[in-house]
Design a protein around this ligand. Sequence first.
Ligand code: NAP
Length: 328
Amino acid sequence: MTDHTKTEYDVIIVGAGPAGLCAAMYAGRGMLKALTIERGAPGGELLNTDLIEDYIGFESVKGWELAQKMAEHAKKFGAEIVTDTVERIRKRDDGWFDVATARGRTYRAPAVILTAGGTPVKLGVPGEKEYAGKGVSYCAVCDGAFFKGEVLAVVGGGDAAVEEADYLTRYASKVYVVHRRHQLRASKILQERAFANPKIEMIWNKQVVEIKGTDRGIHHLELVDAVTGARSNLLVGGVFIFIGFKPNAGLVEGHFKHDAGGYFVTDDRMMTSIPGLFAAGDVRSQLTRQITTAVGDATTAAIAVEKYLAALREEPQLVRMAREAVRE
Ligand code: NAP
């Protein structure tokens, strides 16, 4: 017989990055029975970031250290975190959600907070798949140290590309930032730091069309000039690709309102167009994706879940009162 105390919750939080951990902390403080499901170590993108300098109150903190602090804080308020991969979130006819995992478990709750973040966007050029893990990387903190003294390329012009290029200069002899336009998208402070770094060289208006190498690894990138169409080669020992994130929205079964990038559109309670399904952090459609905005979303979502559950409990009573009023 199934032990429902182990499978039924007030709310299930999918993902334990900053948003998930913050939601778990607030759910615990709100005395909700909450389960957080995370496929890896708690921390999410924090674990792919070396140094964090834009989380207010922490002038400079290592990504892993902030992850650990957030997880400890959530656990202090009773967060239950299981290691498993969520494969499907489905709303049933009775209004509850089934959250099915790779380990064959199905957890149930009337509310879900999705904080599953995203996965790196791929360039989609020849050589990218072939050399993945052999010179092509999507994580500077994870792989930077393998490239001591080498010449590297970073592809992209956003915050991630510019920040990680700066980080990679501690290992590489030189880092080219290959960007498809002549202007960076990254914030000014990160741009200034990159421009001031003598090991970084910008390569403007260039699109990578192929990653070429031998069985010993990457040898060069083939580039095309976005203005003239001219082709050129850039000799590098590794390439780090930071051209954005794709939200992990595919877990959710059924239709939901999303923006052009596939991010969940929510109302001001962080509720998606599926009643009871809330979204917070990098999966949500918004102007920017920072740690501060992720924990802000999560705070709102967890408190909104409390109110949503209270309304669900009151609903049958309200329906009965309305029926009685009609009869009178
Ligand atoms: P992003 O801001 O969307 O930037 C993606 C970059 O990749 C853009 O410069 C874009 O070029 C380029 N790009 C996209 N598709 C491309 C393609 N097929 N080929 C070549 N280049 C391509 O993504 P992100 O840098 O990953 O950042 C995601 C979010 O996280 C942002 O909201 C960002 O602010 C936040 N973030 C913040 C920090 C921080 O504050 N410390 C650090 C990392 C990330 P165009 O400019 O031409 O579109």
